[in-house]
Design a protein around this ligand. Sequence first.
Ligand code: ADP
Length: 297
Amino acid sequence: MSLKVSSVSKNYNTQKALSEVSFTVERGQIIGFLGPNGAGKSTMMKILTGFLKPNSGDVFVDNIDVLENAIEAKQNIGYLPEHNPLYLDMYVREYLQFQAGIFKVDKDQIETCIVQVGLQSEAHKKINQLSKGYQQRVGLAAAILHNPKVLILDEPTTGLDPNQLVEIRELIKELGKDKTVLFSTHIMQEVEAVCDRVIIIKKGKILVDKKLSELKENNIQNIEVTFDYKIEEQFIKRLPNVVSFKNNYDTTWYITFESEEDMRPKIFDFAQENGLKILGLNTQNKNLETLFREVTA
Ligand code: ADP
């Protein structure tokens, strides 16, 4: 088992941050760790990485007891904390050499990691000269220097622009090919694009722990479509498998279908049969978002 958390509770004085949290993660899974602010995500991550001790419970990383053997456990954990605390005045290589020293890692590994996170073109610069996206890459490079089996990433994409966001997301997916990754985020599309499983936590308790495939099994498809001119409601009703629909604005409709079949080709056929042109079509998989709102509201 890559991660095993058993009945972990944590209080900060009188504040209860985690209450009897238990979950296990198999090797190679990418887990999206979701929850509103203050839910206990960072606390759980700090406990998993040996930076905080719980009041009660057990934590194992790659079958090593983090509370008993913190140093040994940390050799198997890569951690990118929230807000990526880097030494901004250091050069990228200098910082990675410093980190490599802490982990007693061979210096050759630095160049391997620079390539792995796509930092080649920026590696000669000072960290404070890098964009936020590249700074995140430095944080990720530092987290994987010692080739850990488990990566814990606390909101790794927060504050990135849309391009950087996609790039870091891809990088996490790539790293997840041979590592177990637990990462927290507020972006549902990110979870849907990257994760195998989602854990939702609120007020220190796990509310949902599901594989993404299980969430998708209900066959609900939400599609936003814009035609080239306004049509009447009864036209939309002619589409098969429609559960509900809403005229969002003018020529744009938000339609919910329930079907095993992908409804997008059906919409194209429908448009053609009715002499309409499609100006825009957007699949909005709201399953996870809806679930998140339902359970955390
Ligand atoms: P999240 O990462 O989901 O936003 P946190 O783990 O940071 O949640 O926080 C969980 C709860 O614990 C919050 O109510 C927060 O205010 C509280 N908390 C976190 N760190 C501390 C601390 N060092 N001292 C006191 N309370 C804290």
